[in-house]
Design a protein around this ligand. Structure first.
Ligand SMILES: Cc1cc2nc3c(=O)[nH]c(=O)nc-3n(C[C@H](O)[C@H](O)[C@H](O)COP(=O)(O)OP(=O)(O)OC[C@H]3O[C@@H](n4cnc5c(N)ncnc54)[C@H](O)[C@@H]3O)c2cc1C
Length: 454
């Protein structure tokens, strides 16, 4: 039986001291959840406001989705740009996209302030395209991106197929370039000629759990007089009173003016207001779960870091259908570097919240699926079945429209959200964290695609 063993958790300091809540606490803002969303929210609140902040996590920080992801830093939404534009309008979607892309700068800001030296790699990452429908969908998206004032991605198409796609490409002049097919296969690190085009943009890789651990240490030290972190501290009840909020945490309570929910959507608490459980019902209906599976193997350091996704045959839609891999230098033992290759793609919907446990077995069928993907697609894996050092799964919280929720609840503004990973959550969490601090500062904030809706 394979266990849930993540490379990101493997690199955390098992001897780090944690603190449980041991008294009733009064604060200005309480954050529930210490993944990347919660810790980044604490960082920006502490940096840009003078509020006292408490963060509670029922486990250890960084052990949720943040410790079980692919660690790719990417800025796309898992829903076609065109679709989003038809729901929210071009201006709003372009602004949201720019906000997420600008989160790279927020990442830099945190790195600089906290003096972090944990690895983060940036490079041009790629997506492999194999059907005419995919090509057209991504070019249509790019056309809209450009109309919205965003930077172009780089679409490369095999010149050998220029005759075949001439008509299809007629309305996309200036949005693609022809290159030899060999160059596309080289960038995608594959011999599979089915991929005749690639879409490239800035991507990166990091260990977001390690990032969370290090940022937490920094804010505890820098803002020790205004910040308390309580781990193994489950919030079981949130009560909104006339002028304050009361959280039940074990035998103790936290009272605050505002609560920020950074729980990824799976929190097992109830929210009570003077009207009863109406808000609670709405809140819990907002996110549904998908369990996502990944495997990783190590080898000698041989190739630069990368992140590549490979579309399957279907047209990309809200449930984008692809396998992906990342490669990065990685220390399994301290100071000994390997290349770590991680692969993923398989996901399974979660029908009941409580059905997911960190300790759930890793199915052998997933291993076989990822083996087949590697053997048929990734040229450096041909001819051998990798020995996976790590196999892990994590829980992704999807909102109904695949858009993260950032900001105050529409009817109870003292409750704020930074949650709903929708498959891609590292940059959106940082973007959300900065926005939360702007909300708490009372800044004028224009309507956004991320606004929490009724
Ligand atoms: C397999 C997989 C691959 C992924 N790959 C990528 C990727 O490559 N790039 C990317 O950008 N995103 C990726 N994601 C998504 C990304 O990991 C998440 O969006 C991000 O880590 C979510 O961070 P979070 O802080 O919102 O949630 P989490 O990290 O899940 O943190 C939520 C925290 O809330 C705490 N909590 C919940 N309820 C309570 C309670 N009642 N009381 C106290 N604490 C509570 C939990 O203990 C947990 O620590 C992936 C996710 C998975 C699962």
């Amino acid at each position: 039986m394979r266990e849930n063993r993540s490379p990101w958790i493997h690199q955390l300091d098992v001897h780090r001291q944690t603190k449980r809540i041991d008294t009733d606490v009064l604060t200005d803002v309480v954050i529930v959840g210490g993944g990347i969303a919660g810790i980044a929210t604490a960082f920006f609140l502490l940096k840009y406001t003078n509020k006292n902040v408490v963060l509670c996590d029922r486990d250890k920080i960084g052990h949720g989705a943040t410790g079980h992801n692919a660690g790719q830093i990417v800025s796309y939404f898992e829903r076609p740009f065109k679709d989003l534009v038809s729901e929210f309008g071009l201006d709003m979607v372009a602004r949201a996209q720019r906000d997420v892309e600008n989160a790279w700068q927020l990442l830099d800001e945190i790195y600089t302030d906290a003096g972090l030296d944990i690895p983060v790699s940036r490079f041009e990452g790629h997506m492999g395209i194999r059907t005419k429908e995919q090509l057209t969908a991504y070019l249509e998206d790019m056309k809209l991106r450009v109309a919205g004032g965003l930077n172009k991605e780089i679409m490369r198409i095999a010149i050998e197929l220029s005759d075949v796609y001439q008509d299809t490409l007629a309305s996309f002049a200036g949005l693609y370039e022809y290159v030899p097919h060999e160059e596309i296969l080289h960038r995608l690190e594959t011999d599979s000629k089915a991929f005749f085009a690639s879409l490239s943009f800035q991507k990166g890789v990091t260990n977001s759990a390690l990032f969370v651990q290090e940022v937490a240490l920094y804010i505890q030290q820098k803002y020790g007089d205004r910040f308390s972190l309580f781990e193994h501290t489950n919030v079981s009840k949130v009560v909104l009173k006339a002028t304050s909020i009361l959280l039940d945490v074990g035998e103790h309570t936290v009272s605050a003016e505002k609560v920020v929910l950074c729980t990824n959507g799976f929190e097992s608490f109830s929210i009570f207001t003077e009207e009863g459980l109406e808000l609670n019902k709405r809140f819990h209906a907002r996110v549904y779960g998908q369990v996502a599976y990944m495997s990783g193997y190590t080898g000698p350091v041989a190739h630069p870091p990368t992140a590549i996704s490979y579309l399957k045959e279907d047209v990309p839609g809200p449930e984008a259908n692809y396998n992906y891999l990342t490669r990065r230098p990685f220390e399994v033992e301290k100071d000994v570097k390997h290349d770590l290759v991680c692969v993923g793609g398989p996901t399974v919907p979660l029908y009941e919240e409580n059905a997911y446990k960190d300790s759930n077995e890793y199915p052998e069928s997933v291993v076989e699926e990822l083996d087949t993907f590697l053997e048929t697609t990734y040229k450096y894996a041909h001819g051998r079945s990798p020995q996976y050092k790590f196999t892990w799964h994590g829980l992704m919280g999807y909102t109904k429209n695949y858009v993260r929720m950032i900001g105050p609840d529409p009817t109870h503004s003292q409750v704020l959200y930074n949650l709903g990973c929708n498959g891609v959550g590292i940059l959106p969490s940082l973007c959300g964290a900065k926005k939360i601090s702007d909300h708490v500062l009372g800044k004028e904030i224009p309507p956004s695609m991320f606004d929490v809706r009724e």
